[in-house]
Design a protein around this ligand. Structure first.
Ligand SMILES: N[C@@H](CCC(=O)N[C@@H](CSS)C(=O)NCC(=O)O)C(=O)O
Ligand code: FE2
Length: 270
C-alpha cells in the first residue's frame, strides 16, 4: 500500500519532514515526523497500524531516518496498533502511550510532558511534541502538539487522535468515554491553541486530510454547539461497535502485537 499522493507534502519549514499516511480498512491516519536538520534525522511515528507497518518502516528506511518513538494517541478500538511490531523490527524504538490509558509501553506520558529528539548521543536538543491530555473519547486520550514554543519547528500541528476529527469527533460510548469530558477537553486543550494550528486527526471517514483550530471552532457541527446539545448529539449517534474491538483493545493495552521472532527492518523488501 502506498501513501495517498495528495496528502504527503514535505513540511514547508524544510526542517521538519512530515508525511500523512493512510490505512484504508480502518480509515486511520499515521503520521511520520522527522527532524532533518540534523544528520541523525530522528523520527517518530504517530498512530501506526499493524497492517501498514512494513510500508511505514520502508519509508523510514528510504528517507534515511532514525526512528526513535512509535507513539499512540490512545488505545484504539478499531485496529491493532503497529507499535509492538515496530519495536520488534527496529531495536531501540520506544513505544509511547499515556499513563491514563493503563496500558503497557516503554514511555508512559502525561499532560505537559515533552517528547524530545535525541542527537549527539543522549543530549536532549529540542522537543518534538508536547502532550496535552484530551480524555473523553477514551480515558487516556492525548493530543500531541508540535511547534508549541520558542525554537520549535513551525507550523504548529496538533495530532488529536480521535478527540477531534475534522468536522466531527470521537464517539464516547465505550472505553471510559464521556461526552462531558470530551467537550471540556476539546474546548480547553485544543480550541485554546492558536487558530492557525493545523489539526491532524487519527481518522477520517469523509475524505478530509487536514483542518485548523479556527476552522473547527467555526464549522465543527458537534463542538460548536452548547454542551447539552453536544451531549444529545453524542447520545444519539447510534454507531455500531467497531468490528475489531474485541481483538484490538486487548492487543493495544500492550501496545500491539510483539512478535519478537520477526526479522529486523533491514530484511524487509520493498
Ligand atoms: N466502522 C468502524 C468504526 C467506526 C468508528 O466507530 N470510529 C470511531 C473511531 S475508531 S475508535 C469514532 O469515534 N467515530 C466517530 C464518528 O462520528 O464516526 C469499524 O467497524 O471499525
Ligand atoms: Fe478510537
Amino acid at each position: 500500500m502506498t501513501a495517498r499522493p495528495y496528502t504527503t507534502p514535505s513540511h514547508p519549514s524544510g526542517k521538519l519532514l512530515f508525511r500523512q499516511l493512510f490505512e484504508k480498512d480502518s480509515s486511520t491516519y499515521t503520521y511520520l515526523l522527522a527532524d532533518v536538520s540534523h544528520s541523525d534525522k530522528p523520527a517518530v511515528l504517530i498512530d501506526p497500524v499493524d497492517k501498514t507497518m512494513e510500508r511505514d518502516l520502508s519509508l523510514v528506511k528510504e528517507l534515511g531516518l532514525k526512528l526513535i518513538y512509535a507513539m499512540n494517541t490512545h488505545v484504539h478500538a478499531d485496529h491493532v496498533t503497529g507499535t509492538g511490531l515496530i519495536k520488534s523490527k527496529v531495536p531501540g524504538v520506544k513505544s509511547v502511550i499515556s499513563e491514563a490509558s493503563k496500558s503497557k509501553a516503554d514511555l508512559l506520558i502525561e499532560d505537559g510532558d515533552k517528547l524530545y529528539r535525541i542527537c549527539f548521543g543522549e543530549k536532549l536538543v529540542s522537543a518534538f511534541a508536547v502532550v496535552r491530555s484530551t480524555p473523553g473519547h477514551t480515558l487516556g486520550c492525548v493530543t500531541y502538539v508540535t511547534g508549541d514554543g520558542p525554537n520549535q519547528p513551525q507550523p504548529r500541528m496538533a495530532f488529536t487522535g480521535d478527540a477531534l476529527l475534522i468536522r466531527g469527533c470521537g464517539r464516547t460510548d465505550f472505553q471510559g468515554g464521556s461526552s462531558n469530558q470530551l467537550y471540556k477537553s476539546v474546548h480547553s486543550q485544543i480550541f485554546t491553541l492558536p487558530k492557525d494550528t493545523l489539526i491532524y486527526p487519527a481518522h477520517d471517514y469523509k475524505g478530509f486530510t487536514v483542518s485548523t483550530v479556527g476552522e473547527e471552532m467555526l464549522y465543527n457541527p458537534r463542538l460548536t454547539r452548547d454542551e447539552e446539545t453536544f451531549r444529545n448529539i453524542m447520545e444519539n449517534l447510534n454507531l455500531p461497535y467497531p468490528k475489531m474491538i474485541d481483538v484490538a483493545v486487548p492487543a493495544n493495552m500492550v501496545c500491539g502485537l510483539q512478535d519478537l521472532s520477526a526479522k529486523p527492518v533491514e530484511a524487509i523488501s520493498n
